[in-house]
Design a binder for this molecule. Sequence first.
Ligand SMILES: [Zn+2]
Ligand SMILES: [Zn+2]
Length: 527
Amino acid sequence: MTSDLARGEDSILFVPDVLKQSAELHRLEAEAIAQNQSPQTVSEAYVVSRAQYRRCAKQDARAWENHRRWLQDQADSKLALRKSLRRADISKRFLALGFVAADFDTLHLDGSWCSSCLYQSYDDDLAEWEDYEEDLILDTHDEEPQTQDQAMSTTTSDAQGAQVRVGGAIIRGPSLEQKLGEFREQAREEKMAAMLADLHTDCMPGPASLYQFFQSDERLTDEEWEKYKSPIVACVHRRRFDRIWREEIAAHDARQKRQEALRPLFGRLQPPKRSATSARASIPISFAIFLALPTVETLWYPANAFIDARGWPPLEPQILSEICTRIRLDKVVLFDRIVRAHVADNGVLPSTTMKPIASSSSSPFIDCDPSKGLVPLHAALTDRDMDPLFAQVTSLFRCGICSTKLPYPDIAIHLVDDHDVPNVPAYAHVPSSDFRKAIKSLLDDLGHSLQLELAAFEFFYADCDFDVTMRSASGQFETSVGETWAQVLSGKSPAELDASRLKLSYSTDRDIVGIKLSTASVSDEDA
Ligand SMILES: [Zn+2]
Ligand SMILES: [Zn+2]
């Protein structure tokens, strides 16, 4: 009966109460019978009044339950408020240290503060973990409990046996012992790694009491903060580092995507690919230099940059002018370089066209400080000043990668088109002084002025061969007979470069000390 009552809504009626009620009903019925009345009427009246009573009781119970819930809610919200005040206290400390909410706002959720990781001491954990794993193995292989330790002890007795068997061979003893030690050490390392992967991948170094630090509903005091701050700040610091690292990687990837999206614009602004006739006409630039142009940079660098090809055409004239500026700057740097080489070789400025600029004291670009060399002249240099010098046979540049000798601007085209270098001046070198001397004495021998243009030279000697004397690595001289002019100036082929890429002291240049017109070709001409 109790269990029946306890089930439904009737559970608000207690067993003694039910007994009392039924006794009362029997009493009323008995009285009615005693007064010769029908017990039915009093019974019905009693049931009605009883139903009313139960309705009131249920209403009261509901009211009390609601009240109890309200009180609980109040208590809960007060607790939550106190906890949030504490979190705000903690947040204030972190914000004052320069962290952002993303670095520390989930610390109170993670219960995995770990003192083993804090002190980097895992010996106890390893022992516990080993016991646990052994139990597991024993449970699964009850009939054959061969653990790794036992396997190891078997090896030990084998090893001792080996030592006994070899008898006097003392040398083998320590090496076996050593191997065993290494084996044990390796087994321990493997176990340690497995244990760490199992138990300590997701924990934060700090005393376990830190969980309570974050869960407490008391306001944070200075003393408490001083006591706990070191491990917490270290942890938040690491989180911030991870966050910044992730953000940087994402930003870098996004920037690279935007850069790649600019390739069509880059392709459109490049001059047509080199052909036999236009080799010296227009100079390409590398994609890296293109991206670094001020106007182009605004298209991809800002984090909110949006690549839209419809916005490119109005920018193109500006970008082209920046490309021209860049090419001119490279040209001036190379001009400066070749002029210095000529001055070093001859002690005088090389071209007569240069002298009026250099000697004009009225020029605003002349700075009397000799240490600045030609630098003050750079802004005044025009193509008309530079091109005659670049055109000379004596003004060849050496490719820094394959050592081919080329005049400007062929060297720039070669570096960008063939080697895809980002920075032309960094790879366009003046050839060795021996090579420069060899060219000069060749011109002397042939009776040409040093100002002879390369085009004229190549025209005169198109069908001639040359004997090239080189210094070998051991200092011996050797002569290569009958090279064409193109061979004299050639560098290493891509295959040769690839083959010797890994050699440490490897020069791609031939150490040329003399170039002579091949006697064979002279006699051919005479004949
Ligand atoms: Zn841990
Ligand atoms: Zn090259």
